[in-house]
Ligand binder design. Structure first.
Ligand SMILES: [Zn+2]
Ligand SMILES: [Zn+2]
Length: 307
């Protein structure tokens, strides 16, 4: 058989290989595989603009990876398909990490932005002193930070371009944070959301219980992602499909013939998360109207379209 040399669609070196759906050299193939299978973090873009030229690609891990995605290399078959128990264990670790920040720490910087939390490798925290009373603002602030730190550990976030990371995180950290609070309330048999010290998340409208316990789940799905770049959409849809498959597998094994029904029920919670975000939005608009917007940290405003 005669192999006709073609150009690698990523780095333009001559190659006769065809892997993951495209003509690519073995170096690019290995590179892509390593980062997806081993979930190895990418080094930041060398030129900083996340658009390095072709002849620069071999040196810039970040742009080379995105070029692989853009060129049509198939991602999903390479994403490790862990049994759901293992996947849940990894997620539980992330959640424990989030809860540790939430219960014991406070950032040295009282005015962090979403971008600072996302792009600074290591934020500075100080141990929280139990004697210092937490207010609603400080709880909202630390819950948001802990949630964004948690989200940074997910592959479709850390592999994405900075602009996509911002879109993904800003559009969902309030929802993810609410789900976590709902789950905590559910686990400790409370009938409404509260902060870890037991204080009400909505102290000014105690009569309005915006949340019902059956809204609880840790599933989150991202919406309104039309602004994502091509590679951002590939990353999100691929990992979403991997996670949904694991959830479906879990439902089938746990609920047997009721598995598909349970799966649909769980997915319907996504609508509740959307509705909840709307309620949170309205609540903060009311605070603003009453001149109480000092209670809303700037960071949180980034997640609820108030700026
Ligand atoms: Zn190549
Ligand atoms: Zn680059």
């Amino acid at each position: 058989m005669v192999h006709v040399a073609k150009k690698c669609v990523i780095c333009a070196r001559l190659t006769s290989d065809f892997s993951y759906g495209v003509d690519c050299c073995s170096a690019c193939k290995m590179f892509f595989r390593r980062h997806v299978v081993a979930e190895a973090q990418l080094k930041p873009c060398l030129s900083g603009n996340q658009a390095c030229a072709k002849d620069f690609l071999a040196g810039c891990q970040f742009c080379r990876f995105h070029k692989c995605l853009q060129s049509g290399m198939t991602l999903e078959p390479l994403v490790p398909k862990l049994p759901f128990e293992e996947l849940f264990e990894i997620f539980s670790d992330f959640v424990r990490y989030r809860n540790r920040i939430l219960s014991d720490y406070y950032p040295s910087d009282p005015d962090l932005k979403v971008s600072t939390i996302l792009f600074f490798k290591k934020l500075k925290y100080k141990q929280r002193n139990d004697l210092i009373p937490m207010t609603i603002s400080s709880w909202i602030y630390i819950s948001s930070i802990a949630t964004i730190e948690f989200m940074k550990k997910l592959p479709f976030i850390y592999l994405a371009k900075s602009s996509d990371q911002l879109i993904l995180v800003k559009s969902s950290f309030i929802k993810v944070s609410s789900f976590s609070a709902a789950f905590r309330a559910y686990s400790s048999d409370q009938n409404a959301l509260s902060f870890p010290d037991g204080s009400d998340v909505l102290p000014f409208t105690p009569e309005v219980k915006l949340f019902q316990l059956d809204t609880v789940s840790r599933i989150s799905k991202f919406s309104a992602l039309l602004d994502l770049s091509e590679t951002g959409q590939i990353l999100v849809s691929t990992y979403q499909s991997v996670y949904s498959n694991a959830l479906f597998e879990y439902c089938m094994e746990t609920y047997e013939k009721f598995g598909p029904c349970r799966y649909t029920e769980l997915l319907s919670l996504i609508n509740l998360a959307e509705k909840h975000l709307e309620d949170v939005n309205n609540y903060f608009v009311i605070l603003q109207l009453h001149g109480m917007d000092f209670l809303i940290p700037e960071l949180v405003k980034e997640g609820i379209n108030l700026i």
